[in-house]
Design a protein around this ligand. Structure first.
Ligand code: SAM
Length: 285
């Protein structure tokens, strides 16, 4: 019988967050695939786990996945752990999960610590709708493309960032999104855990005199849709009716529905809009 892949969430700072299920799974697995074996050996020693370990990381994620899948096909149960937190969240686990599924290998997940969810719950920002962007890409064009999309993202946005890039990233976010509420969650579950609800402007001022230290999750307020509506209202008030129609047509509305929307926005009847557009058409001929 084929074995399975078990995703095991490990602590993001506080060892007491290790779940009994994960300890048991790591003890019983035939092999543990770890992002950094030198880092994980400390965790395994602490919990008296002596299962053989192998490395699975960014630079061997495809070739090694084939090796691990072959072992699981022979019947081995393999547990996957990362440096910290939930495997497959911002680490190569995602590739292994997909490849296992393609090969018909059973994948199960033992939930536990995850920095992005811990930060979101502490942020004080809306939690009903959120998006997780992990780390912004290093490549300039790709980063710009994502920042452009985030400008009108109305869900709460969660980002990961390393301390040495924090100030640069805050500056880029402020430039792209304007001043917004942000909660900086640092060293979660650790001795120096801190949660700083602030704004992008104030955070940048703060870091002028305080060097960022430790691991950060940034939770940023989404784009205010009511503000968008107000901005749009302001803009269509100055817009010719033809352009106002075009706005809705470009959003995929049919002629009739666009006319209905334009009429509603302007507080007139659809017939008035139709009559106006007909008249303009005749004048143009
Ligand atoms: N798989 C992990 C998880 O479940 O959250 C995330 C791995 S990702 C490579 C590492 C990033 O997660 C860090 O750069 C930081 O942004 C965030 N992170 C991890 N642990 C954290 C902690 N204790 N406090 C704040 N952020 C943390």
């Amino acid at each position: 019988m084929a074995g399975k892949l078990i995703l095991c969430a490990t602590p993001i700072g506080n060892l007491q967050d290790m779940t009994p299920r994960v300890v048991e799974a790591l003890q019983n697995a035939d092999m543990i695939a770890a992002e950094d074996t030198r880092n994980s050996i400390k965790l395994l020693n602490h919990f008296d786990i002596h299962t053989p370990m192998t490395s699975y990381h960014e630079f061997n994620k495809v070739e090694k996945a084939y090796e691990l899948i072959a072992k699981m096909k022979e019947g081995m149960d393999i547990a996957l752990i990362t440096d910290a937190g939930t495997p497959a969240i911002s680490d190569p686990g995602e590739v292994l999960v997909r490849m296992c599924q393609e090969e018909g290998i059973l994948v199960t997940s033992l939930p536990g610590p995850c920095a992005c969810i811990t930060a979101l719950t502490l942020s004080g920002l809306p939690t009903r709708r959120f998006c997780f962007e992990a780390f912004l890409p290093e490549e300039k064009k790709e980063k710009q493309r994502i920042l452009e999309v985030l400008k009108t993202e109305s869900r709460t946005i969660i980002l990961y960032e390393a301390p040495h890039r924090l100030v640069r990233t805050l500056g880029e976010l402020q430039k792209a999104l304007g001043n917004r509420r942000i909660t900086l969650c640092r060293e979660l579950t650790k001795k120096f855990e801190s949660v700083m609800p602030t704004t992008l402007d104030a955070a940048l001022t703060y870091f002028e005199t305080n060097e960022p230290r430790g691991e950060y999750v940034l939770v940023i307020e989404g784009y205010d849709l009511r503000k968008q509506e107000k901005d749009e209202q302001k803009s269509w008030e100055e817009m010719p009716i033809e352009e106002h129609m075009q706005l809705y047509l470009s959003r995929g509305l049919g002629e009739k529905d666009a006319m209905k929307k334009v009429a509603a926005d302007r507080g007139v009847s659809k017939r008035d809009i139709y009559a106006y557009l007909q008249k303009r058409k005749e004048e143009m001929q």
